[in-house]
Design a protein around this ligand. Structure first.
Ligand code: HEC
Ligand code: HEC
Ligand code: HEC
Ligand code: HEC
Ligand code: HEC
Length: 458
């Protein structure tokens, strides 16, 4: 069987044959992805209905999903660039690890190949990424059988059929059948793909589900769906009040009113790629989400003296994210403090967090993220090389991070002194975008998430 050859090749390439990997390879036929079908056999991609089929009745849900990062999980140019690199450098089989989450349909079908230019080829249905029929064919999770006993690396079990699984106990659809699925109403459903672990060393490269799991939100029963499958205003309210939202509506134009309809935009923070691919509505929601995620408190001294040291404390609060800020690709996402101190004449006395002409953030800037390193301790952003993080400066849910700034007000300055702190977000370092996209790389946009200012008399 081709899987066996593939697994042996995979293991020999990564050169680490630990008992955990051997057993994962035996139990998961699509290893290094943990995605599986209920029979353990391949599933032809033609067994999945295209999303357009669902659009016939679920028009609104389709419009919401179309343009989401789920619908773009394969079209995403940043993903594609790193995926190619993973296939070239990560060793045999690495590309299937990625595909297991970005296109489970293509992986389950075993149909992903590369052309002469190294571009990935697959059926049109596999290109639809994380799509309707895939999610509504998830019949279970193998999260307790994974090497870490946690949801990770697409630990889903899929059985495509005409039975759509979802949150209703009494749905009577036409054309297809329906079955209640408790899993769809739980964060674990999402966690199966939103925990990305290194398949050989099991390091948690993307840890969104785990961050949520041990948060106040999990304690209050507030799940991913309550923030990412709800209109943005309700999601913001949910984070504020720590109570689950309600969103009455209908699943199709002609079905009965339901107590709760979960919207399907699946917006996180990605306003860069959504805008690149023309999903402007999704990009706008992402900006709103980012602007609702954090707040800043300043502790300013009562008075500053020129020629003496002035100290200002800046507290950054994660008020809106149900996981760390930032989350997921914390080794590339950039959240940082831009600090400006001006005298009364507008002259800059002190600055941090500036960009140079190439778009790089100045040394000495306070960034909230992680540094990922390989087995030799060298900095890397290639997931297949990551062995550990040297530090983790992300801000936990409803937690905060304190930073202090000390500066000398030059003699003869005019008071009062104005202190301004802005929290900024960028999807990737400009250098990473240039590296991945080459000449096509745009100048990456930045969102100002929140800001605070205050003045200190001299
Ligand atoms: C990432 C997985 C995922 C994708 C992709 C997805 N859904 Fe859903 N869908 C869910 C989950 C999870 C729920 C239930 C949420 C809950 O109850 O907590 C749901 C709920 C539903 C419901 C019940 C009504 C509602 O909105 O609450 C319908 C109908 C539905 N989805 C249809 C679709 C269609 C049509 C598409 C494609 C256009 C789609 N889904 C894409 C995960 C997905
Ligand atoms: C366990 C599921 C899973 C696996 C395995 C996985 N990814 Fe992802 N990937 C995700 C999720 C979920 C996101 C979205 C996180 C976010 O945007 O915050 C993502 C986002 C990305 C992004 C960011 C895209 C953007 O537009 O910012 C890149 C690049 C990426 N993945 C590359 C890869 C590569 C390369 C591999 C294989 C080495 C891989 N992924 C394996 C789930 C997975
Ligand atoms: C011919 C119209 C029609 C088409 C096409 C259609 N659906 Fe439905 N679907 C319905 C109706 C009607 C309901 C019931 C809504 C209710 O009871 O509130 C429903 C319910 C659902 C539910 C909820 C099931 C539950 O028990 O919670 C899901 C999930 C779903 N559809 C997914 C899909 C997906 C995925 C597709 C495309 C592969 C699709 N539907 C295509 C009409 C349709
Ligand atoms: C089959 C795997 C899979 C499942 C299940 C899944 N996701 Fe995703 N999700 C992905 C991948 C892959 C991406 C990233 C695509 C990219 O960036 O290229 C993603 C992206 C996202 C994003 C966009 C992130 C951003 O940066 O804007 C959000 C939000 C999201 N998912 C939420 C959810 C929620 C909520 C659920 C559960 C209801 C869920 N996902 C279930 C695979 C999955
Ligand atoms: C209380 C609301 C809330 C809950 C609960 C929540 N999120 Fe988020 N999520 C946010 C906000 C706000 C952002 C934007 C700020 C950020 O990036 O952290 C976000 C961002 C994201 C991103 C994009 C991060 C990036 O920079 O690309 C992903 C992916 C994501 N969430 C997935 C999830 C998953 C999966 C769960 C459940 C395990 C979840 N979220 C639970 C509010 C929430």
């Amino acid at each position: 069987m081709r899987f066996t050859t593939f697994i042996i090749m995979f293991i020999s390439t990564w050169l680490i044959i630990s008992p955990a990997i051997t057993s994962a390879a035996e139990n998961f036929p699509f290893f290094p992805s943990l995605v599986n079908s209920d029979t353990g056999e391949q599933v032809p991609s033609s067994d999945f209905y295209p999303p357009k089929k669902c659009a016939g009745c679920h028009r609104e849900l389709y419009k919401e999903w179309n343009g989401s990062m789920h619908s773009n999980a394969i079209k995403d140019p940043i993903f594609n660039a790193l995926w190619k690199l993973a296939a070239d450098e990560g060793g045999e089989g690495t590309e299937n690890l990625c595909a297991g989450c970005h296109t489970a349909v293509g992986t389950l079908a075993g149909e992903i190949t590369r052309d002469d230019e190294g571009n990935f080829q697959m059926s049109d249905i596999a290109r639809e990424g994380v799509q309707c029929h895939l999610c509504h064919s998830i019949v279970g999770t193998s999260m307790l059988e994974t090497p870490t006993n946690m949801p990770q690396n697409a630990s889903i079990i899929v059985r495509p059929s005409k039975v759509m699984r979802g949150p209703f106990k009494d749905a009577e659809p036409m054309w297809h059948k329906a079955e209640y699925s408790e899993l769809h109403t739980k964060a674990e459903f999402c966690g199966n793909c939103h925990n990305v672990f290194h398949p050989a060393n099991n390091f948690h490269i993307e840890n969104t589900y785990n961050e949520w799991k041990f948060s106040i939100y999990a304690q209050k029963g507030i799940i991913c769906q309550d923030c990412h499958m709800m209109p943005i205003e309700k999601a913001i309210e949910t984070a504020k009040t720590l109570t689950r939202p309600k969103n009455p509506g209908k699943a199709t134009g002609f079905s009965k009113e339901r107590e709760n309809i979960f919207t399907h935009e699946f917006v996180g923070a990605n306003f860069t790629v959504t805008a690149m691919l023309g999903a402007d509505k999704h990009a706008e929601i992402a900006k709103k989400r980012l602007k609702s995620a954090a707040s800043i408190d300043l502790t300013l001294p009562a008075k500053a003296t020129d020629d003496g040291i002035t100290r200002v404390k800046v507290r950054v609060n994660n008020i809106g994210a149900g996981h760390n800020l930032p989350t997921s690709l914390t080794e590339v996402r950039q959240v940082w403090l831009d600090i400006k101190v001006l005298d009364a004449e507008g002259k800059i006395i002190y600055t941090r967090g500036d960009l140079d002409e190439k778009g790089n953030i100045a040394a000495g800037t306070d960034l909230f993220g992680v540094e990922a390193v390989d087995s030799e301790g060298h900095h890397t952003i290639k997931p297949w090389e990551i062995e550990r993080f040297t530090y983790n400066n992300t801000i936990p849910p409803k937690g905060y991070a304190d930073r202090e700034y000390s500066f000398i007000v030059p003699k003869g300055s005019k008071g009062p002194i104005n202190f301004r702190a802005t929290l900024r977000y960028r999807g990737y370092p400009q250098a990473v975008a240039n590296y991945l996209l080459g000449d096509d790389a745009p100048t990456l946009p930045i969102v100002d998430m929140t800001a605070a200012e205050g003045s200190v008399p001299l």
